[in-house]
Design a protein around this ligand. Structure first.
Ligand SMILES: C[S@@+](CC[C@H](N)C(=O)[O-])C[C@H]1O[C@@H](n2cnc3c(N)ncnc32)[C@H](O)[C@@H]1O
Length: 351
């Protein structure tokens, strides 16, 4: 059973048939030179035929033998086509973040009433996902965390995330973690040389520190964070990844920790606190060995500033701290963080 329509009316016919919920999604729509054939789950009733004819006068219901559909419906957008008004489909989150077995979606306000349907559909289409969270605000505060609403699945925000052969316990309601930084974690780790001492000033649950330790025989990494939950998870992650000899978690404000314990020790300093790193450039300089070393400096860049501005600000801050920038070795946009806002990184050599 199918609806047969001239090709020119194909799209209109598909939309109308979908609205009537008579399309058989197990079968593939067929086309020949002049017509398209839309597979149906049943014979439309008189009222439905009237509606179709109103839209597309030259459509007809006829018999047709369809081959089996090759591709199963897998995307959650496809599954939601029947459950959401068509004009709202465009607002569906396209990018879902996955942290361990938790999926995180950004649900726009106009889809809020559908959030549980969306959550259940994400669960259905992603077999490894146990919980679906909706972002409920921006990342904020000293600890750089955000609120979430649980919209489907298990009521939890804690999970184990895998990244580059490392495992991380993380509770995303209590600590910062972004799977979108995985490439950056690996990029920085791969630049570290054997024998280095690294100071990770804003370490979170340890994705730079632990990967560096895991991939090097002879390194010492001091991993500092002032969020007690982050340091608790970091300590667990150090044990989980068996890098106890190489990673040293320290709870505290980076400024105070460096002054009291890490002055002049570092060959490399990681400063992944984009909104505030500029205020800690003097701290990075103090942690650096007197002979100098590498700083990975993170910053936000928006439409009104450029990567060049970020470089100038960094160079100025280093000079004010009594050191000099020998070279900006590398710079790039790490990721978009908001409309017209990007996280950028500068790899710099200071002495
Ligand atoms: C953007 S997160 C980065 C975490 C980690 N580097 C990563 O890539 O996932 C910044 C971290 O800095 C910590 N933080 C903020 N201010 C700090 C300070 N003054 N001293 C130490 N840690 C701080 C926050 O608690 C947060 O965990």
């Amino acid at each position: 059973m199918c609806i047969k329509v001239p090709k020119v009316h194909g799209e209109k016919a598909i939309i109308s048939a979908k609205k009537l919920k008579i399309v058989n999604r197990e079968l593939e729509i067929q086309r020949d030179k002049d017509f398209i054939y839309i597979p149906l789950v049943r014979q439309p009733d008189i009222k439905e035929i009237e509606i179709l004819k109103e839209q597309i006068p030259d459509c007809e219901v006829s018999a047709y033998t369809f081959p089996e559909r090759k591709k199963k419906i897998t995307t959650f957008v496809e599954l939601l086509e029947d459950k959401l008004p068509p004009h709202l489909l465009a607002g569906l989150p396209r990018a879902i973040d996955f942290v361990g077995d938790i999926a995180i979606a950004e649900i726009p306000p106009e889809l809020d009433v559908y959030k549980n349907v969306i959550g259940e559909t994400i669960l259905k289409t992603h077999k490894n996902v146990q919980t679906v969270l909706a972002k409920a605000g921006a990342i904020s505060g000293t600890y750089r965390i955000r609120k979430f609403n649980i919209i489907a699945g298990e009521h939890k925000t804690e999970t184990v995330h895998k990244e580059y052969d490392c495992k991380y316990y993380v509770d995303i309601a209590k600590v910062y973690f972004s799977p979108r930084l995985s490439y950056e974690h690996n990029r920085v780790a791969s630049l570290v040389q054997e024998g280095e001492t690294v100071v990770d000033l804003f370490a979170g649950v340890g994705p730079f520190a632990i990967l560096i330790a895991k991939t090097h025989e002879n390194v010492k990494v001091y991993a500092v964070d002032m969020n007690p939950h982050a340091i608790e998870f970091l300590k667990k992650n150090v044990r989980l990844n068996r890098v106890m000899e190489k990673v040293h978690p320290i709870l505290g404000n980076a400024r105070k920790v460096v002054k009291e314990r890490l002055s002049g020790v570092a060959d490399r300093v990681i400063m992944n606190l984009p909104e505030k790193a500029i205020d800690f450039v003097d701290v990075a300089c103090e942690a650096m060995k007197p002979t100098g070393g590498i700083v990975h400096f993170y910053s936000f860049v928006d439409a009104s500033s450029t990567l060049e501005d970020a470089k100038l600000r960094f160079v100025d801050a280093v000079e004010k701290s009594g050191r000099s920038v020998n070279k900006i070795l590398f710079s790039r946009f790490v990721r978009a963080t908001a409309p017209y806002e990007w996280q950028a990184v500068l790899d710099t050599k200071i002495y």
